[in-house]
Design a binder for this molecule. Structure first.
Ligand code: UD1
Length: 422
């Protein structure tokens, strides 16, 4: 098993380029199944979750190959296996998008219940409610979900909770349904918009993505296309937080500034400097911080609120702030698994239900650390970078799921981080 060794206390300085968005890629790769022809995806992050999906598609019979510039070409015409088993999906939560895509394309899907990070119960009842509203018969038996329909018909679907996964999954199935589907109380995350843009590029009619009502005119034949995936909001936010946590000065390239407003606002409130700009070729963000940050309060909310995926790295940053920060996790009930590890580094954090009270300390100290999920791993990296002394971070297979070339990118901006392969 590999682990990271970080000698903390080094200021991050320089520039880093953000990769394609993990959560957009995990929706758009399965969405290629809906096309009658090959699709070519650009700006794809080379991360473990993408490789798992690539393998699943190959096992289904799709032709998948990589282009010289790191893009992926997917030909779904050769798919001949519509049974996605537990072995294939056990490590990948976003495998649920295979359900919506296969249902929309073939009217039949059989997918084992997804794996992924343990950060709460993570039910998929809203996905199923949506498929049923479109006319599918959905059954769950022995951990396998089967969805089938002779004919899918557009419907009006109100989501009881704002769910990224359900919004995108219903969109995927609805492009294959005859007539109009309306999804109300839809999620507005950047990757929902990116998935809708991709579907439209293939010839679908999806309108309103990015607002809470999405209208889909389904039943159109979809063609192949070339599509560049948006930059990763969460990866960018992680580097912004790491820059501030190490009292560094980092330019973050290949970003969409509006996607980062909630993070910029909170970093500025804490005393960091955040400037966004446009160098004529692309947008960038520059984050610097000279002094010990001030405590700030955070409440996670669906987009455009503060993203739950950055709550953990932000807590690592606030662990060294002046004063008490209150952090409320509204999306996932178990997303405080990193707290015990931060405490072992000297952080002073008390959890009460969904609220963490972080009493800032002047210094954190390196320690052997264990990541419990992807963003907990990112939080431990932020903490270790800003701590005194040596940390070892274990279970980094979680981190590999979502951050492309993490240690190389961090090293290039001055971090003392090494990946040790055991
Ligand atoms: C996606 C992201 C994840 C991010 C999360 C919230 C992907 C692959 N993952 O996860 O990184 O942390 O959005 O931004 O894109 N819920 C239900 N019933 C459902 C579906 C969800 O009750 O059918 C609840 C969940 O338990 C959670 C909330 O809704 O409390 C939001 O979950 P959702 O937006 O669906 O998260 P994911 O799509 O799983």
């Amino acid at each position: 098993m590999a682990y990271y060794v970080i000698n903390g206390g080094k200021r991050l300085e320089g520039s880093v380029t953000i990769s394609g968005a993990k959560n957009a890629a995990l929706a758009i790769i399965p969405a290629c199944i809906l096309a009658g022809e090959s699709c070519r995806l650009e700006n794809l992050p080379h991360i473990e979750d993408v490789h798992l999906l690539e393998q699943i598609l190959r096992m289904m019979g799709a032709e998948v190959d990589f282009t010289a510039d790191g893009g992926m070409r997917i030909n779904p015409k050769t798919i001949n296996n519509r049974h996605v088993t537990f072995d294939m999906v056990s490590r990948l939560r976003a495998s649920y998008y295979l359900l919506g895509a296969m249902l929309g394309r073939y009217g039949y899907a059989e997918v084992a219940l997804p794996g992924g990070c343990s950060i709460g119960q993570r039910p998929i009842d809203q996905h199923i409610k949506g498929f049923r509203a479109l006319g599918a018969d959905v059954q769950i038996q022995r951990g396998i979900i089967t969805a089938k329909a002779d004919r899918l018909v557009g419907a009006e679907i109100y989501l009881d909770v704002v769910s990224v996964g359900a919004t995108i999954n219903i969109m995927l199935a609805a492009v294959g349904a005859e007539g109009r589907t309306i999804i109300s109380n839809a999620a507005k995350e950047p990757h929902v918009v990116d998935a809708a843009n991709f579907l439209n590029m293939m010839g679908a009619q999806v309108k309103g993505a990015g607002t809470d009502v999405i209208r889909i005119n389904g039943g159109r034949k979809l063609h192949g296309c070339t599509y560049p995936i948006i930059p990763d909001q969460i990866e960018a936010g992680t580097y912004m937080i790491a820059a501030a946590a190490t009292r560094g000065d980092v330019v973050i390239n290949n970003i969409i500034p509006t996607h980062l407003e909630a993070i910029s606002a909170k970093l500025m409130e804490s005393g960091a400097h955040v400037i966004d700009g446009d160098d004529g070729r692309e947008f960038f963000m520059r984050v610097s911080c000279e002094n010990r940050p001030r405590a700030v309060n955070i409440k996670t909310f669906p987009y455009p609120g503060f993203p739950t995926d950055l709550q953990q790295p932000m807590m690592a940053y606030l662990a060294r702030a002046k004063g008490n920060s209150f952090i409320v996790e509204n999306i996932f009930e178990n997303r405080f698994n990193h707290v015990g590890e931060l405490q072992r580094m000297g952080a002073n954090i008390i959890i009460n239900d969904r609220t963490a009270m972080v009493e800032g300390v002047d210094r954190l100290f390196g320690a052997p650390l264990y990541a419990s999920d992807l963003r907990a791993g990112a939080a431990l990296i932020v903490a270790a970078l800003s701590a005194e002394g040596r940390s070892e971070i274990h279970n980094i297979e979680y981190i590999d799921r979502g951050y492309e070339y993490f240690e190389q990118k961090l090293r290039a901006i001055g971090a003392d981080i090494t990946r040790v392969e055991e």
